[in-house]
Design a protein around this ligand. Structure first.
Ligand code: HEC
Ligand code: HEC
Ligand code: HEC
Ligand code: HEC
Ligand code: HEC
Length: 176
């Protein structure tokens, strides 16, 4: 009776472990990682309004995208160029202003996040004329920003292989 019970629980543990390993492998090789991820942000900032309706250039806010690896999310002073005057009665703008006045950055939730062991560089892509929408989709239509591309290795390499780009595909391009 006792031996039987422990054999059963061992089997249960074994099955659970196999599920975890299988899940890990499926996750690693799977077609997409977090594609479509669109977390609710601490302030409901709308790209559809700012980049779409008002046509503010991506680079006005993501100003490091041509100069560095990272595009970075704009600091509050960029928002305050307008929101010192615009819609100051809105509770969201009051919240924004409070963060700015206290020098306390808004805790935006990161949407895109490649694993540590990969290397990506915005500047090189922009310099070769690869447009934001090829990797981020139609951002000016997005009320809430979402991860448009799968961001898998296959996705990166497929584009690098295209003859018009002829970009490098050696492993150390993206793993260094
Ligand atoms: C008025 C400023 C502003 C403009 C203009 C703007 N953005 Fe943003 N962008 C932000 C802010 C703030 C965030 C972080 C909050 C959020 O995710 O909504 C962000 C987030 C993003 C993200 C997700 C970052 C992450 O966490 O992975 C992408 C991608 C992005 N923007 C692309 C664009 C593109 C492409 C354009 C032009 C079509 C653009 N943005 C125009 C302010 C701006
Ligand atoms: C070749 C594909 C590609 C293009 C073109 C591209 N991005 Fe990105 N973008 C990415 C990837 C991949 C990440 C995630 C990087 C990471 O996690 O390290 C990212 C992340 C971001 C982020 C989050 C902050 C960061 O740097 O990690 C912002 C903001 C962003 N992109 C804005 C833009 C804007 C604006 C443009 C156009 C001017 C643009 N991107 C063009 C692929 C691209
Ligand atoms: C170039 C000017 C400009 C910049 C820069 C700008 N905004 Fe705006 N924002 C606007 C305009 C215009 C509106 C629409 C106002 C209206 O509906 O009357 C708006 C509306 C908003 C709203 C909606 C407010 C409400 O309650 O309806 C939020 C939230 C917001 N902006 C956040 C931000 C954040 C965060 C940043 C910085 C990342 C930013 N904005 C940068 C011009 C700007
Ligand atoms: C839409 C096409 C496209 C996609 C998608 C794309 N790339 Fe690229 N990549 C390019 C082009 C074009 C170049 C520029 C090659 C050059 O400068 O000669 C490049 C260059 C690079 C470089 C610089 C190479 C060097 O020699 O320094 C790195 C690193 C890189 N890409 C990584 C990535 C990673 C990682 C991804 C996926 C997350 C990715 N790329 C997705 C088109 C793309
Ligand atoms: C153009 C960029 C690029 C090139 C070239 C590239 N990789 Fe990757 N690789 C990535 C990205 C992005 C990831 C993370 C996303 C994923 O796991 O699909 C990754 C993930 C991996 C992983 C982890 C698998 C996993 O899913 O956890 C291994 C192993 C790997 N690459 C090996 C290689 C080898 C070997 C080469 C050369 C034959 C190579 N890579 C070339 C971009 C690249």
């Amino acid at each position: 009776m006792n031996t039987n019970g422990s054999a059963t629980s061992k089997l249960i543990v074994f099955v659970l472990v196999m599920f975890l390993i299988a899940g890990g492998i499926v996750y690693a090789l799977g077609p997409a990682k977090n594609q479509g991820y669109a977390p609710i942000q601490p302030i409901p900032f709308s790209h559809k309004l700012h980049a779409g309706k008002y046509g503010i250039d991506c680079r006005y806010c993501h100003y490091s995208v041509e100069r560095s690896r990272h595009a970075t999310v704009p600091p509050e002073n960029v928002c305050m160029n307008c929101h010192r005057f615009v819609k100051t009665d809105s509770p969201h703008i009051k919240n924004l202003t409070e963060h700015f006045n206290q020098g306390k950055p808004i805790a935006w939730i990161k949407v895109h996040d490649l694993p540590e062991f990969t290397y990506f560089d915005h500047k090189r892509h922009i310099a070769r004329g690869v447009q934001c929408n090829m990797c981020h989709g139609e951002v000016p239509d997005m009320e809430r920003i979402k991860q448009f591309a799968p961001l898998t290795m296959g996705w990166c390499v497929n584009c690098h292989r295209q003859p018009q780009y002829n970009a490098p595909t050696t492993c150390d391009t993206c793993h260094r």
